[in-house]
Design a binder for this molecule. Structure first.
Ligand SMILES: *[C@@H]1O[C@H](CO)[C@@H](O)[C@H](O)[C@H]1NC(C)=O
Length: 800
């Protein structure tokens, strides 16, 4: 018996539960793994088609080799709240003014109301009226071709499955048939001039959509990755596309990408495509994500998030000019869009819902020279910039006659000597009709070819005085410059769904280590030796006593606290065995058992489709795994604030402060023994309890979510421990006296308790005098004080 029985049990239980946790995780994410029946995947390095010498296609003043399209985050607001009419207006404007080659729409309906404030749960569901409005807006605009829509996470809130009636996207969206046939992936192509372009859209929504809040992340199972790889990589002998672009609702950081059966990962795909367009994060909060855009230097691909229609009324125009990709993010003139509540029933009953067009200032998009921070190395023919004959830009305006526009061009603030000329083709008469409002102006790139950054600025004023501006910071040699996107760029590349999982595992691992290692260490007894329970503890305590008498340098204080906390960890299983065991059991339950039962999809008919179990690695609904990273996000918060924080408090309390002093009394309170600290602990407990109650309000109320819920039972356990356990708030604190000073000597460090203190005083007294030999008179008061202190100790001693 190297360890005590309790240690053995704890050790074996931890091993078994860890094995089960690994097994559960493998099982839950089996859909992402891919069958891997094939050998190693085909080498899919990026196309590398363009070398710096390639410039055989000259960029001139002709309206050739150029097309553009629009990306709109399409948000319909709930009938109870504000206006979908803004969307219809945007729609009208984009359709009548911009007339793109196509429009790509990650639809997403946004709900302002929160269950707690409106009818319970109502904002979580799909609303038929919203979809009818959407369908009607499209039919009134005459949109048939060139409109590609995709589901967002709000469109799969509370949706039991693709074929369920709650999946209104299936019945009302334009591209639902394509998406269904491609089982989550669809694609289309455009040919323009000498170029051939491919566009791929995919749906990463959960196959069973829980209602909020566990519906923020997306995932792409192997089956979906197979189809994505087919679309993006294709067979080996396929003619390459000039550019492949990908559309999704979720930024990659919020998607768990699986591996295809051929072994292709997301990186293999990114090597092949140029740009990943997405929405979802709504520019985040407080301007943090103002630039949720990033360039991945490994795969040479761009990821461009677009703010939303709700708060920012943003949309994006993307132009591809001689294979150089440029874009501009535009905000609608919000003040002009009244947020009136529409009369939805009336609209559905046949009245026109398309509002008049709004007053739009001109929108300018520079396509040559392309902005240097969005350059795609190896995927764009950047050498064409240096050989180009003209500046090129698109102007979108409500003005009928292009020549009534006033166009001002400056480079580095200096007026450009050549005039701007309208070279557009076509008339604005529908999506995909080849309308191209191109403008050009001659230039000589060589006079700017000095490896430096230059700024081209184009200002357009229409006859009503409305202005539009675009700027391009370019380099003629086609070199990239950093995006400098700050936190937004960091978020794009942070692999949030993976990091959450890793953090969670790290925190759980640390908690288990804190609980187990000190216990095993203090229990360890070599075979044949008698068990002596304080063998590990006493040397540490002795160090603490010694260190507490050393001079208070930083190094000493640090060492003191390291030993102190080590001692506390060792004391937890000794002094609070029930709390220790309970914490260990709860931690092991978290990794190996479901946390709680919840009504995740209330709209479902059958109860097994409605209710599911929450596991760390995913939700399990009706014998199927939904491996959303939402579980890791929830778990991370719960484990840090609902478990780790309590573990720290238990450890803190484990050692009696009386033990820390040679005198053996606990008259000196440590921080955690003070009343205000205990009040904080109570507040934290109440906060955690309120979070669990909120969870219950989301997912089915008292019986399923609150009773069949290990968090609740843990909180009750923790509450009892806080209140009545060691140093609990209801435990009257008596001044404890450790029976440590036998004949005035500390049994731990074998120093005379009183002599030691006397020594200290005497030494500091001498120090005081020695420090300041020249000024006896000035230090006399402190000397008296010290002497008085000395006397006090003398008196105390003599009383003993
Ligand atoms: C498209 O690619 C082909 C071959 O890779 C190239 O010759 C052509 O110039 C490209 N088209 C455009 C518009 O750049």
């Amino acid at each position: 018996m190297l360890f005590s029985l309790s240690s053995w049990i704890a050790l074996i239980a931890t091993l078994l539960c860890t094995l089960r946790a690994v097994y559960l995780d493998k099982w839950a994410t089996a859909d992402l793994q891919g069958s891997s029946v094939h050998e190693s995947p085909r080498n899919v390095e990026g196309p590398n088609r363009w070398t710096m010498s390639d410039g055989n296609v000259a960029i001139g003043t002709e309206p050739d080799n150029i097309f553009y399209f629009v990306q709109v985050p399409f948000l319909i607001l709930t009938p109870h709240s504000t206006a979908w009419s803004s969307i219809s207006k945007a729609n009208t404007m984009i359709l009548t003014v911009i007339r793109p080659a196509y429009i790509s729409i990650p639809i997403e309906r946004i709900h302002y109301s929160f269950p707690a404030f409106s009818q319970v749960g109502s904002s979580n569901h799909q609303h038929l009226a919203e979809w009818k409005v959407y369908e009607k807006a499209l039919s009134e605009s005459g949109v048939v071709d060139g409109w590609y829509d995709l589901r967002g996470n709000h469109d799969c809130f509370d949706v039991p499955g693709w074929y369920d009636t709650a999946n209104m996207y299936k019945d009302y969206a334009v591209s639902s048939r394509r998406l269904e046939e491609g089982q989550g992936v669809y694609e289309w192509e455009i040919s323009k001039g000498t170029g051939k372009y491919k566009f791929v859209a995919f749906d990463a929504c959960p196959k069973r959509g829980p209602s909020r809040p566990f519906n923020f992340f997306g995932y792409m199972p192997s089956s979906g990755m197979n189809r994505l790889a087919d679309s993006i990589i294709g067979p080996e002998d396929r003619e390459p596309y000039n550019h492949t672009m990908v559309f999704a609702h979720y930024p990659t950081t919020t998607v768990a990408f699986g591996t295809s059966d051929d072994g292709y990962t997301y990186t293999d795909l990114a090597n092949q495509f140029s740009v990943y367009f997405c929405g979802h994060l709504h520019k985040l909060l407080g301007g943090l994500g103002d630039a949720l855009k990033g360039y991945d230097p490994k795969t040479h691909s761009l990821e461009l998030e677009l703010g939303d229609m709700k708060d920012h009324a943003s949309y994006r125009i993307v132009a591809v000019d001689h294979d150089l990709i440029s874009f501009v993010d535009v905000n609608l003139p919000l003040p002009q869009i009244p947020f009136t509540a529409p009369n939805i029933p009336k609209a559905i009953d046949g009245e026109s819902i398309l509002p008049e067009s709004i007053d739009m200032p001109p929108v300018v998009l520079i396509t040559n020279p392309k902005e240097a921070k969005w350059i795609l190395q190896y995927k764009e023919p950047v050498a064409r910039i240096a050989q180009s004959k003209a500046l090129r830009f698109l102007i979108f305006t409500q003005e009928q006659d292009p020549n009534s526009l006033r166009v001002e061009i400056t480079i580095d603030g200096i007026e450009h000597p050549y005039p701007a000329q309208y070279k557009g083709v076509g008339v604005p008469n529908g999506i995909g009709q080849g309308y191209t409002p191109l403008w050009t102006s001659e230039w000589d790139p060589q006079s700017f070819n000095d490896m430096e950054e230059h700024t081209l600025r184009i200002t357009v004023t229409d006859s009503a005085g409305r202005q539009g501006v675009d700027e391009s910071v370019f380099k003629v040699n086609g070199a990239r410059i950093d995006i400098n996107g700050g936190p937004g760029e960091w978020i794009i590349w942070s692999k949030l769904s993976l990091s959450l999982k890793r953090c969670c595992i790290l925190v759980i691992g640390s908690i288990l280590a804190l609980l187990l290692i000190p216990k095993l260490y203090s229990d360890y007894t070599p075979i044949g030796s008698p068990r002596y329970t304080s063998a590990a503890r006493d040397p540490i305590l002795k160090r603490i006593h010694t260190l507490s008498k050393e001079p208070h340098t930083l190094a000493n204080r640090t060492r003191y606290h390291v030993w102190l906390w080590t001692l506390r960890c060792i004391d937890l299983p000794r002094n609070m065995p029930v709390v220790w065991a309970g914490t260990l059991i709860y931690t092991l339950m978290l990794i190996s058992l479901p946390w709680f039962k919840g009504e995740f999809i209330p709209v479902a008919q059958k109860s097994e489709d409605r209710y599911g179990l929450f596991y760390l690695s995913g939700l399990r609904i009706s014998d199927e795994w939904v491996p959303l990273a939402d579980t890791w996000m929830f778990a991370l918060f719960e484990i840090i604030f609902g478990l780790a924080a309590f573990v720290v408090i238990w450890i803190w309390r484990a050692t009696d402060s009386a033990d820390l002093h040679c005198s053996g009394t606990s008259r000196i309170r440590t921080l955690n023994e003070r009343a205000w600290f205990k009040a904080l602990v109570v507040i934290m407990w109440l906060w955690r309890a309120s979070e669990v109650l909120a969870l219950g309000s989301f997912y089915g109320g008292v019986w399923p979510t609150l009773v069949q819920n290990s968090i609740i039972w843990w909180l009750l356990f923790a509450g009892v421990a806080i209140a009545t356990g060691k140093d609990g708030i209801f435990v009257r604190r008596s001044v404890k006296e450790r029976n440590s000073s036998i004949w005035g000597r500390c049994i731990i460090c074998h120093k005379s308790t009183t002599d030691q203190e006397e020594d200290d005083t005497r030494r500091s007294l001498l120090d005081n005098i020695d420090d300041d030999p020249g000024s006896h008179s000035s230090s006399s008061s402190s000397t008296t004080e010290s002497l008085q202190g000395f006397n006090v100790i003398k008196v105390r001693k003599s009383r003993k």
